[in-house]
Design a protein around this ligand. Structure first.
Ligand code: TYD
Ligand code: MG
Length: 437
């Protein structure tokens, strides 16, 4: 009976000779991870680079991928020995110049300026490195494939070769892949299913902060980010990003609010800035950096319709300070208040944290992990919290903190904008909403 359901092909195949292994006896790779002193890098990988794994580091050109990898190469080589850095984009001497700037010249880092994958594999065979870095997969070429380097088939087949190498007991392989602003050309996207980890290095090119985000990780959580700052001597890790982002915040300026976004497991305080000025010519302009443009349009429409703000005659420019992108709705209310504050030219009280998703009816909806966000802000001296009424289960009353629960943007607007004297009735003190202290 049992034989009858085994398909023909399987019966014939001898297989690879692998035998079933008890789950609890399978080799535990977690102890063998390759770690650096760059804690943020290790953390994003889930605790270090796993030997024999294939990692893809994606990011826009010029964002700092080569810089990061060279630093990592340096740190790894000082502990584990030979690292092979294959450079298909820059010459070996250019790479050396960069290494000098990074103070990463010493150690067993071998450079190979080669784009032919067959040649690269040959050199790996001879050198036996612990880790191979390929910068970038788009410059690599398999001669038997009739397509240009960077094309989908070249990139996919090339990566598959490195995958086989890594899985056959070879070195860990880190591939660099370029991502364009518009999206993904032949590159990272076609490789995501193939590799073990996908990390993206993000940020605005002309701003200092870089976020390394894990979007896929077979050996750890995808909830981690690492924050770096690009300096004259490479990427420096930022261990307390919120404090750093808040440090440069101007006090008492209209059109600014602070939200707490969850970047992975870590709450990050971000300042949202809105410049709202009268439209002088033609259609009102809207511009958003770090905030999804359509989300910004939607929120402006909600403010206009539900809160009666005359935004139709104003240009709105939105920005997230520090060049970090917000991609969760918990920042909605913060964006709304920044716009309203900019329009009315009335600042929010400076140590106010605003949280809440905004719906089309102007309602404020609950956000996830409220406590964590509030804690992070309280740690940095924030003492006034405007949060969704829908978040049940109260906050542990931080002493000296004012917590306001709102269920509509109108309530939030009345609460948030500091009364400068003229708008009687807007004052928070006369506000009937919940207040705990
Ligand atoms: P790079 O690593 O070449 O980017 P990618 O490999 O992602 O294309 O980074 C290039 C940018 O980083 C370049 O604009 C110069 C800047 N940079 C620094 O600011 N400090 C440094 O120490 C280095 C090496 C580069
Ligand atoms: Mg590069």
């Amino acid at each position: 009976m049992a034989e009858a359901i085994v398909p023909e092909g399987i019966k014939k195949a001898a297989g690879s000779g692998e035998v079933p292994v008890l789950l609890s006896r399978v080799n535990d790779i977690s102890e063998k991870r390759l770690v650096t002193t760059l804690g943020e890098w290790d953390r994003v990988l889930g605790g270090g680079l796993v030997p024999g794994s294939l990692v893809l580091v994606g990011g826009a050109p010029g964002i700092g991928k080569s810089t990061l990898l060279l630093q990592v190469a340096h740190l790894l080589s000082s502990r584990y020995g030979k690292i092979l850095y294959v450079t298909g984009e820059e010459s070996a001497s250019q790479t050396r110049l960069r290494a000098r700037r990074l103070g990463a010249e010493e150690g067993e880092i071998y450079l190979l300026a080669e784009t032919n994958i067959e040649g690269v594999l040959l050199q790996i065979e001879r050198l036996q490195p612990v880790v191979v870095m390929v910068d970038s997969i788009q410059t690599m070429l398999l001669p038997d494939i009739q397509a240009a380097p960077g094309s989908v088939s070249q990139v996919r087949e090339g990566a598959a070769r490195f995958l086989r190498l890594a899985k056959d007991g070879g070195p860990a392989v880190i591939l660099v892949g370029h991502v364009t602003k518009e999206g993904f050309l032949a590159g990272p996207k076609v490789l995501e299913h193939l590799v073990d980890c996908v990390l993206y290095l993000e940020g605005e090119r002309y701003q200092a902060y870089r976020i390394l985000r894990s979007v896929k990780n077979r050996f750890g959580s995808t909830n981690e980010i690492g924050v770096f700052e690009m300096t004259g001597s490479g990427l420096q890790e930022v261990t307390n990003p919120s404090a750093m982002l808040m440090a440069e915040r101007p006090a008492g300026v209209a059109g600014s609010s602070v939200v707490a976004c969850l970047e992975g497991t870590r709450p990050l305080l971000l300042e949202i800035q809105a410049l709202v000025s009268k439209t002088t010519f033609g259609n009102p302009r809207r511009l958003a950096t770090g905030i999804d443009f359509n989300r910004a349009l939607l929120l402006a429409a909600v403010l206009e319709k539900r809160a009666g703000l005359p935004l139709g005659g104003y240009d709105i420019y939105l920005n997230v300070a520090g060049g970090i992108a917000i991609n969760e709705p918990a920042a909605d209310l913060g964006i709304c208040l920044a716009i309203a504050s900019g329009l009315k030219d009335r600042p929010l009280e400076s140590r106010t944290l605003v949280l809440g998703e905004v719906g089309l009816a102007g309602e404020v909806r609950a956000v996830t992990q409220l406590e964590r966000r509030v804690e992070e802000a309280a740690r940095l001296g924030f003492n006034r919290f405007i949060i969704p009424a829908g978040n049940r289960g109260g906050l542990k009353g931080q002493s000296g903190c004012e917590i306001y629960k709102v269920s509509t943007i109108n309530e939030a607007l009345r609460l948030a904008l500091v009364n400068t004297g003229s708008g009687a009735g807007d004052n928070t003190l006369s506000n009937p909403f919940y207040k705990y202290s």
